[in-house]
Design a protein around this ligand. Structure first.
Ligand code: BGP
Length: 480
């Protein structure tokens, strides 16, 4: 452990984060309908789909694996798992509700009581230990029927279906859950509309138009959830959630600086500009004109967005990005999801995600300077190949180092006056990776004995980082 001479605020929300589709399993139990993640294969096939999305939701092929079907079986083990979170001293636990457990087809009028009851049990279990649930209403898993029958978020009908779903869960749980987020990584629509909007880029001529139209519908749906949350209890905090990739110009060439500004503004800021400032930013006019995008905006839409902005910004931070006007001959990264150009100053994870704790300090400062609303780091962590050693030990010093550096970066941002609510590291218990569908890419403080084929005992073993994080929380980040 090291002593950090900086302080985190009292009541800082230390915890961990997961998503329903990546850990619950039980994909057909308790009245649950299929979600899009239940039909997207894992392994190599998933990577191909993400890189070159051309996917038919209606084709389920037996030769591929579907790791989200079983996840880590949290549906049955949540008590044991939450007890382990409590042992680490979690102040909060970020999890998502599976939309298809509540509205199995997405377009019914009555919710599935068994699904609602499951989350009652999960929240009660958290509260029993004084763990505050932090809930993402939709994390990459709309009911399959909404993707197949309606084409996902590009269809305005989705606003109505989401409203019914969000109203149902807000009404049911608002006394148990104070912190909410509407859409996980809403800006990921720009590169994985399959996950976040339930549709694919088959027709390149219309795809940009559809992505922006889908986002417009999501902005409306998000504002409706903020409205509902505040009506139920004005102390409820309903945030937005973005993926933030701190963005650097390749060099001091003004042309590269400008390319960086434009790309970063679109990727990192556009959604939060709408959701937090409550209006479409002026720069979007030029983009829409250049790409010939004409949004269908109906009377009352802009007022809704203006009147119900997000209460805070939750964001995920894994890596930074390098931009240039002409990336052509520049050295390429091997796996950085957010950038094509290699950053020579950074090392990368086994999956090519470049590790940059200073980038987190920059992200926090940039976001706070621009929006002046509370921030919440709701995802961050190191995906790694862990080795289960004799005596079921996992010596994940690399993970401890990664998190120590990122926690220090947060502390420095707090010192500069950034209003930071908390930190929930991603995949606090090993789970299925979103981008690869593997178990081998592990983030947890808790090892889960399941491999890529879904084989293993399913047993949980605390890693070395488990005991380290416990101490971090106990000392409110003074010992890291
Ligand atoms: C974020 C997603 C998560 C998650 C994480 C790590 O983008 O919100 O669902 O999985 O990334 O990504 P991966 O699992 O691909 O390593």
């Amino acid at each position: 452990m090291q002593n950090l001479q900086k302080k985190f605020p009292e009541n800082f929300l230390w915890g961990g984060a997961t998503a329903a589709n990546q850990l619950e399993g039980a994909y057909k139990e308790g009245g649950k309908g299929l979600s899009i993640m239940d039909v997207i294969p894992g392994g190599k096939k998933r990577l191909e789909i993400i890189r070159n999305p051309d996917f038919d939701f209606e084709i389920h092929d037996d030769k591929y694996t579907y790791p989200n079907h079983e996840g880590i079986d949290f549906y049955h083990t949540y008590k044991e798992d939450i007890a382990l979170f409590a042992e680490m001293g979690f102040k909060c636990y970020r999890l998502s509700i599976a939309w298809s457990r509540i509205f199995p087809q997405g377009d019914e009028t009555e919710p599935n009581e068994e699904g609602l009851k499951f989350y009652d049990n999960v929240f009660d279990e958290c509260l029993k230990y004084g763990i505050e649930p932090v809930v993402t209403i939709s994390h990459y898993e709309m009911p399959l029927n909404l993707a197949v029958k309606y084409g996902g978020w590009k269809n305005r009908k989705l606003v109505e279906f989401f409203k019914r779903y969000a109203d149902t869960v807000l009404e049911r749980y608002y006394k148990k859950v104070k912190y909410w987020m509407t859409f996980n990584e809403i800006n990921s629509a720009f590169f994985i509309p399959l996950f976040s909007q339930g549709f694919v880029r088959k027709n390149t001529e219309t795809s940009e138009q559809e992505i922006y139209q889908g986002l417009h519908h999501q902005f409306l749906a998000s504002s409706l959830a903020v409205k509902k949350g505040h009506e139920l209890d004005k102390n409820l905090r309903v945030g937005c959630m973005i993926i933030y990739g701190t963005s650097y110009s390749y060099d001091s060439n003004p042309a590269n600086q400008w390319a960086n500004l434009e790309e970063s503004r679109m990727f990192n800021n556009f959604c939060a500009d709408v959701q937090v400032r409550g209006k479409y930013p002026s720069y979007i006019k030029k983009v829409f004109k250049a790409e010939n995008i004409k949004l269908d905006i109906q009377p009352g839409d802009l007022e809704l967005i203006r009147d119900y902005p997000a209460d805070y910004i939750g964001f995920s931070y894994y890596m930074s990005a390098v931009r240039a006007a002409d990336p052509g001959n520049l050295e390429k990264t091997n796996g950085n999801l957010l950038s094509a150009i290699k950053n020579p100053f950074l090392k990368a994870s086994d999956w090519g995600w470049e590790i940059d704790p200073t980038g987190l300090k920059i992200a926090l400062n940039e976001l706070y300077d621009r929006y002046q609303v509370p921030l919440f780091v709701v995802e961050n962590g190191l995906g790694a190949h862990d080795i289960l050693e004799e005596g079921n030990k996992i010596n994940d010093d690399y993970r401890i180092q990664y998190m120590r550096d990122h926690i220090e970066a947060m502390a420095e941002a707090v010192e500069s006056g950034v209003d930071l609510m908390g930190y929930t590291s991603w995949g606090c218990i090993d789970l299925v990776s979103a981008s690869t569908g593997e178990m081998a890419k592990r983030y947890g403080f808790i090892y889960v004995d399941i491999d890529d084929e879904g084989k293993g005992t399913g047993k949980r073993f605390p890693k070395k980082s488990f005991y380290w994080y416990k101490k971090v929380i106990e000392t409110n980040g003074e010992e890291i």
